[in-house]
Each structure stands twice: as C-alpha cells, then as structure tokens.
Design a protein around this ligand. Structure first.
Ligand code: GLN
Length: 266
C-alpha cells in the first residue's frame, strides 16, 4: 500500500466517528468498532479505495460523497481549479462549464469559491451522474450557488446549445488514460471505465471535445484540460492544431509532472 498507516488511521477514525487527530488521545476501542475496523482494513488490503470505504473524498474546501460508480477526485486536479478561479477573478456571475464532472469536484468547488458563478456540470455516465446530483444538492443545502447538472456527452456537437458563445471557462478532467495502460487495482477495479479510458493514445475524448468547447466559449474565453503525465506535449499540440485557440500553455502539478493544458479562444 502507498500509505498504510494513514489509511489505517483514517479508517479507525471513520468507524469511531472522530477526527484522525483524536486517535492520539484514545484509550480504548470498543469491540464492535474494532470488528468493523478489521473488516474495513481487509477491504482496503483488497484494494478497495479508501474513499469508497469512508464514503467521502476531500477536494479543496469540500468533502464529496463518493462510492461505486463514480471517479474518486484526485488532489492533482485541485490545481486546475485554482487556475480556473484565477481566470474568474473580478468577473460577476461568470459562466463556467465542467465537462465530465463525476463527483462534481471541479464544478462544485468553483461554485463554492467563486460565489455567484453560473456553473454547469456535464456527465454522460448514468451511474456517475447520480453522485453529481447528490453532491450538487448537498452543496445547495450548505448555501452555495446552485450548479446545474446536465446528462450529456462532452463530444456531442449539440451539447448545451443554449450556452453557445457565452461561456467564460470550459474546464475538464476527461478520461485520458491510454487503453491498455497499467493502473493500480484501486483504479482499474473501482473507478468507472468511462472516466478513465481515452482510446489508443488516451486523447480520443479530448479530440472530440475541442470543437464543442470552441463553440461554447465566448471570444477570449478559456479552456483548461487535465491530462496524463505523458501527454504534456501531445495535448498542447492537439489544441494548437485545432486552429481556434491561442495562448496554448501546459502546466505542471505540485510534483512537477505535466498535468493540464490551457488555451484561450482567439
Ligand atoms: N489521473 C487519473 C488516474 O490516475 C486518470 C484520470 C482521468 O482519466 N481523467 O487514474
């Protein structure tokens, strides 16, 4: 396991319903909690993602509900959201579209951190969109600006026709893993295939989406797309070759690996 101690502590804290730091001063674990803990440890050892066992995933300032059927949001995607928020600075009621929203991590973080943003979350996977809707509802309950959830495919030429030319930022963490690539069991067996696999070079979905994003964006609007470590040259080249975009740039994540490409509609 990558972080066995942290995972074990988080699972014990979860069964006891206490913050992890509270474990330091814990004297005793009731027998039923210990039994439950052992069950969860066994599942984690069998590579069930930690977040499926606790039912929660932390992302920026939010805690999202996750479980079977939805992609577990990753910390490296938090920087893409940071980039979007910078683009929105000073805009009143900006229009944002998140393509392939999954748990809603990107869309709901933007609505939370830029109050008044008009965010639409698009998801094609019927299993995943139940989680998008659930999380969107719970954020409304928490007082955030509501996010619209739309069932749709990011490569559909007719997607969100009513927003044509009106969107300030299109953002996406699309499926980009090249078919056949080796991924950890947590990913291969528990993240939904529609959220992962992107064809022979991993860029098929992005190829289909660049035209949709260009139609949605207003002139000068921004596009930000996450990609795999190995796509830091290929994806910017694809965006340049599309023709409609300017200011094409690639950005590293906190580990220094190429992580997302941005561009502006010319
Ligand atoms: N980064 C994800 C992983 O590590 C893949 C995400 C995606 O395809 N959007 O599995």
């Amino acid at each position: 396991m990558e972080s066995p101690r942290v995972d074990a502590e988080l699972l014990l804290a979860h069964v006891l319903a206490v913050p992890r730091a509270r474990l330091l001063t814990l004297d005793d674990v009731p027998v039923d909690a210990a039994t439950r803990f052992e069950e969860l440890l066994a599942q984690r050892t069998d590579r069930v993602p930690l977040q499926h066992l606790t039912g929660r995933a932390a992302f920026r300032h939010l805690e999202l509900a996750v479980g079977p059927g939805v992609f577990v949001p990753r910390p490296e995607t938090e920087l893409l959201v940071e980039w979007v928020l910078e683009r929105l600075t000073g805009l009143d009621g900006p229009v944002v579209v998140d393509l392939g929203s999954g748990s809603g991590a990107i869309a709901l973080s933007i609505a939370h951190e830029h109050p008044g943003a008009r965010v639409t979350a698009v998801e094609r996977d019927p299993g995943a969109i139940a989680w998008t809707r659930h999380n969107a509802l719970s954020r409304i309950g928490a007082g955030d600006t509501p996010v619209g959830v739309v069932e749709g495919d990011m490569t559909d030429p007719a997607l969100l026709g009513e927003l044509d030319g009106r969107v300030d930022v299109v953002v996406s963490n699309p499926p980009y893993v090249p078919d056949g690539a080796r991924v950890p069991r947590e990913v291969a067996e528990h993240d939904p295939p529609l959220a992962l696999w992107g064809g022979p070079d991993g860029l098929d979905v992005v190829r289909g989406m660049l035209g949709v994003a260009a139609r949605l964006l207003r002139p000068g609007g921004w596009l930000g797309i996450e990609h795999a470590d190995q796509q830091g040259t290929a994806l910017p080249a694809l965006v340049r070759a599309h023709g409609g975009y300017t200011d094409v740039e690639d950005h590293p994540d906190l580990a220094g690996r190429p992580r997302f490409t941005t561009a502006r509609l010319g």
